[in-house]
Write a protein that binds this ligand. Structure first.
Ligand SMILES: Cc1ncc(COP(=O)(O)O)c(C=O)c1O
Length: 403
């Protein structure tokens, strides 16, 4: 590279944020992915224990996934929802079969999947009683997205307050506290929404008693049980969907993130009783479920089956958890708890989590943070023991140097 080009590159680096609305504090530009590593524009390699926030489940070098997308780009990228497309037909079957839901609606993101799920719960209640208040019960410390409906059911006040008025009729219960949910149910309640494992809120899995209790409350009040599986679903906990650990079936689910492994796609899906509440004209999207996005979904499901990803997640989840528990035993004054499910694990820290994450970045390790004071790990589901060992040894080095 010529000297003036280098200088120009440096100047551009300094101005990277110039034309963005400043909603993120970013410092690194990634240019390539290889296996479970990311490479930045300076050529530095990072072990990725975040997977683009629980998205890139297959890592960055899955040939079948990439080849499938390339073929689809050549065949057909978009047709609109005025027509069927073959990848969407196949993807809807795969998602229905994997989730136990009967019908699927594809969206472009997680937050849009939540919007659809909320609309479906309200439409079901409206058909039973057009004067229904359409009230929703959500959980404190939940995270469901940034669009108005999803934000309205997100249980963190400082995310919501600047954007009020949001959609009405939402009340918040305590996660894993069934009585607090029951107290909020009124004749106008149409649904209860929760994450099966709270992600952004700090990696809290639902207790069995809680999930089963919410299921039976929804049954007895004839309201929708909506499980947000956007972060904890699609194999992350060792089953396709996290509720499959509890032996219950929700009425409506949302999915996104790993559903397309990086190609933007989400979905809400429902059992027939609820799904049939929506009819033509009730909901729609221009891009949602287009051939390219749905080809990604098909490739993901086929890779999961061929590569037996779910068994691998169980094995690697146990391995990572064991290693993190080992770290906790070594640094009990810094790591106060290790919790989570499968390959969605969090360490509650006694020192600032962001400080650990930024020291890890310096050493070539990508970590996530989560609410409370949690260092979160949601790596590609294809990680191997040597990657876990590498991540843990970098963490060990950082923790040993903590004041
Ligand atoms: C549980 C959960 N729900 C919804 C969302 C929103 O998804 P998206 O960012 O694709 O809109 C997220 C994103 O982090 C999430 O973790």
């Amino acid at each position: 590279m010529r000297m003036e080009d280098k200088k120009k590159g440096r100047r551009n680096m300094e101005n990277l944020d110039l034309h963005f609305i400043h909603t993120y504090n970013r410092s690194v530009t990634f240019v390539r992915g290889e296996d479970v590593y990311l490479i930045d524009d300076q050529g530095k390699r990072y072990l990725d224990m975040g997977a683009g926030i629980a998205v890139s489940a297959l890592g960055y070098s899955n040939k079948r996934f990439k080849d499938g997308l390339k073929r689809q780009v050549d065949d057909l990228i978009h047709v609109s929802n005025l027509y069927f497309n073959q990848p969407a037909i196949k993807a809807s079957k795969y998602l229905s079969e994997a989730s136990g839901m009967d019908r699927v609606f594809f969206t472009n993101s997680g937050t849009e999947a939540i919007e659809g799920a909320l609309k479906l719960a309200r439409k079901y209640a409206y058909l039973k009683n057009p004067n229904s208040g359409g009230e929703i019960i959500a959980m404190n410390h939940s995270f469901h997205g940034r669009s108005m409906g999803a934000l309205s059911v997100t249980g963190t006040e400082h995310y919501r307050t600047p954007f009020e008025p949001l959609i009405g009729g939402v009340s918040f219960a305590e996660y894993n506290d069934l009585e607090s949910v029951e107290r909020l149910i009124t004749p106008d309640t149409c649904g209860i929404i929760l994450e099966t494992v709270q992600g952004e809120g700090g990696i809290y899995p639902a207790s069995e008693e809680f999930i089963k209790g919410v299921r039976s409350l929804c049954d007895s009040h004839h309201i929708a049980m909506i499980l947000d599986e956007i972060q904890c679903g699609m194999g992350r906990t060792g089953t396709y969907f996290a509720y499959q650990h509890y032996g219950i079936l929700p009425d409506i689910i949302t999915s996104a993130k790993a559903l397309g492994c990086g190609v933007p796609v989400g979905a809400f899906a429902a059992v027939e009783k609820f799904a049939k509440a929506m009819v033509p004209g009730d909901h729609g999207t221009t891009y949602g479920g287009n051939p390219l996005a749905c080809q990604a979904v098909c490739q993901v499901f086929e890779a999961f089956e061929e590569e037996d990803i779910l068994s691998h997640v169980k094995e690697m989840g146990n391995y990572l958890r064991e290693k993190l528990s080992g770290l906790q035993r070594r640094f009990p004054e810094i790591i106060t708890e290790v919790r989570g499910k499968g390959l969605l694990l969090g360490m509650e820290m006694a020192c600032p989590n962001a400080d650990i994450a930024s020291k890890a970045m310096e050493r070539g390790l990508v970590l996530l943070t989560a609410g409370g004071n949690v260092v979160r790990m949601a790596p590609p589901l294809v990680i191997q023991p040597e990657h876990v060992d590498q991540a843990v040894s970098i963490l060990e080095e950082i923790l040993a140097q903590q004041p």
